[in-house]
Design a protein around this ligand. Structure first.
Ligand code: NZQ
Ligand code: ZN
Length: 392
């Protein structure tokens, strides 16, 4: 295991009805006036918006509102939010929704105290020093932004989907996780979220670091729980127990507990961001296409790790004489699981075209850090091209 520092200071209030604590928690973390950040309207239909605004009113905390954040959030709403936040003199961002809304709130919180263009921070030209505090009321178990040190925004000019440099400073002050709000999710969004949280664990699981049993076992427990809960939530969207498992798993998958002390990969995420930038697909759906193709491509690098994954996560029988057979069976079961929950498996399933692959690799090359990507196996433009062709 490698040396590490793990700092995850978010307060999590978990369970049915916890949104009634919104006002109290904003106060606890120093907020006097809130900018609410919401998406296209689901929060007004599932009760979360009403619960939060009632709690703010009860606590005597005024609020303004930025609405209409779309999935794969774009820079225009960040600029609009920075202006609004300054004009209304808000000192606290409260996101009600999923990763897109939370990331917009995080980007606004970085941009308000900075005189220049917030994108400078994403481009690595300005460090993240001070930010406004951010709170979250989560309504979809997926991206894990409620506990994460990252934030992903698409710059409209050039359609560049980039993450900001990772930093503990942007972890939310608090996150309210009420699984009942996720019961209104369409099946496709539930499944995309499930895929994303599995991918967050897998990006950490496939490592070259030795002696990482504790985080291997943590990741395996989470993956098995998610794999068991997903069909239950899809069959019965109101299954509170399954929704609760998924919601807490989504946070644990990405606050980096499972990544402590080990080198992490993240190639599949980087490749997927080019897909969702170009085709506006759900992030989890893009991962369903990329991740198994990446696995096939890198499998020869460490057959035994893939065989372990197959046996411990997918209950495959170990073929000691032919570990590669076991390893491949694990990937096949992962694909079958994705299919069973309604996820796409190929580029064409999400409307992506092989002729756009050079555009995607070129765009990735423009990112700070660009190539090579991935730490389990280093991926250059040619390897990224091969992986995307495997996903055709
Ligand atoms: O806009 P509304 O009407 O709210 O609808 C949303 C949206 O269309 C809907 N939704 C959310 N909660 C709902 C609901 N519909 C019915 N009932 C509910 N309870 O779901 C749709 C997707 O929402 P979104 O916020 O986009 O989902 P998700 O949480 O998957 O976030 C995806 C974004 O997060 C980024 C992704 O790249 C993508 O841009 N990521 C952020 C990360 C981070 N900051 O740590 C890490 C991830 O790897 C990821 O890259
Ligand atoms: Zn993700």
């Amino acid at each position: 295991m490698e040396n590490f520092a793990f700092y995850s200071p978010t307060l999590f209030a978990f369970g049915d009805g916890e949104a009634r604590r919104s006002g109290e928690l904003v106060r606890q973390f120093g907020g006097h006036k809130v900018l609410l950040v919401i998406g296209g309207g689901s929060v007004k239909r599932n009760g979360s918006y009403d619960a939060v605004t009632a709690s703010l009113k009860e606590a005597g905390i005024p609020y303004s509102e930025l609405s209409g954040i779309q999935a794969n959030p774009r820079s225009g709403k960040v600029y609009e939010g920075i202006d609004l936040c300054r004009r209304e003199e808000c000192d606290f961002l409260l996101a009600i929704g999923g990763g897109s809304v939370i990331d917009t709130a995080k980007a606004i919180s970085m941009g308000v105290p900075y005189d220049g263009d917030f994108w400078d921070i994403f481009a690595g030209k300005h460090p993240i020093e001070t930010i406004l505090p951010v709170g979250v009321v989560l309504t979809i178990a997926a991206a894990g932004s409620e506990g994460s040190d990252s934030c992903v925004i698409t710059l409209e000019e050039g359609n560049l989907k980039w993450g900001c440099p990772k930093t503990d400073v942007i972890r939310p002050k608090f996150a309210i996780l009420d699984p009942s709000y996720t019961c209104s999710l369409p099946a496709y969004q539930t499944a995309s979220g499930v895929t994303d949280m599995l991918a967050h664990i897998m990006e950490r699981y496939f490592t070259n670091t030795k002696d990482v049993d504790i985080t291997d076992r943590l990741g395996e427990a989470l993956m098995k729980t998610i794999i068991a809960a997903a069909p239950k939530a899809l069959e019965n969207p109101g299954d509170y127990a399954a929704r609760a498992d998924l919601m807490w798993a989504g946070m644990l998958a990405h606050n980096n507990l499972c990544g402590t002390g080990r080198a992490q990969d993240w190639a599949s995420h980087q490749i997927e961001h080019e897909l969702s930038a170009l085709y506006d697909c759900a992030h989890g759906a893009g991962l369903a296409v990329v991740m198994p193709a990446w696995m096939e491509y890198v499998l020869p690098h460490d057959v035994n790790r893939f065989a372990q994954f197959a046996v411990r996560v997918w209950d495959c029988e170990m073929d000691f004489a032919h570990p590669e057979v076991t390893a491949r069976a694990g990937i096949a079961r992962f694909r079958a699981f994705l299919k069973s929950i309604g996820m796409p498996l190929t580029l064409s399933d999400i409307g992506a075209r092989a002729e756009d692959i050079p555009t995607m690799t070129a765009r990735h090359g423009e990112k700070p850090g660009g190539f090579p990507l991935g730490r389990f196996v280093k991926i250059g433009p040619e390897e990224m091209t091969s992986i995307l062709h495997l996903a055709e």
